[in-house]
Design a protein around this ligand. Sequence first.
Ligand code: TPP
Ligand code: SF4
Length: 283
Amino acid sequence: MPVLEDYKGQTPAWCPGCGNFGILKTFKEAVLELSLAPHQFIIVSGIGQSSKFPHYVKCNAFNGLHGRALPVATGVRLANHDMPVIAVTGDGDCYGEGGNHLIHAMRKNIGITLFVHNNQIYGLTKGQPSPTSMEGMVTKNHPFGVFAEQLNPLAFAIALDCSFVARSYAGDSGHLKGLMKEAIRHEGFSLLDILQPCVTFNKINTYEWYAKRVYHIEAEYNPEDRAGAFSRALEWGDRIPLGILYRNQRPALEKRIPVISDTPLVRQPFDSTKLETTLKGFY
Ligand SMILES: Cc1ncc(C[n+]2csc(CCOP(=O)(O)OP(=O)(O)O)c2C)c(N)n1
Ligand code: SF4
């Protein structure tokens, strides 16, 4: 049985007060409660403050290029779908740089758990706006305010029929832990957007700002109702819903590929003569 200390990685280099600390601590508690020892799951990330996450957890890890966590996670999952594959990214990394990969991962419903640390800013590169920055937000390189419309990641995911769409908040550890566990347990692609205050570069969406607005979705809410989920996803302003907004039971990609559906690729015997015959077909 693992203990919390087993997941201890390097010492984080984040600013004091950063929302990432709450996410990191909660994540370790979640995997402990799921009885996932460090060798039993993998974290894949790209580049950013949030993408340093796998450095700070002792586990299998792959730290790749900016925006490219999902293609790597897809390869890992197709090779071994017995292992939970957790992609950790920032809003810039995933909704901006890697947006195209997100579309296709959700569409194919590959069994990846995606945690987006959504601080509505580019933290690592010192405060440029990201796709989720609010319109009008003034930054050093946008002195007249952000002109682009703010991306709504949850409505976008529901439009693509993503099989698990949820939001939580770094300042609400109990809620976050429950959703992290649900997202990891979900069979298909799961998106958990985590509101994460960046105390250094985002002076608008602060802990105080979120505390006045976030609320838990009622227990009687039906996440299977896609039209209802859309209207909840559009709530952003005075009230911001937290919880599972949308969920469906579409089978995961790896369960639909006959050659791997029963036995993960890593556990299949390797026959080099078959490889030679296959390659000859391309000569
Ligand atoms: C191809 C490429 N473009 C740009 C960069 C520079 N870059 C590094 S991190 C980053 C932004 C990260 O922001 P976000 O994903 O929101 O993560 P945060 O740091 O806020 O957690 C950028 C633009 C890069 N490393 N590679
Ligand atoms: S810059 Fe922002 S996101 Fe990065 S560590 Fe500091 S507070 Fe956190």
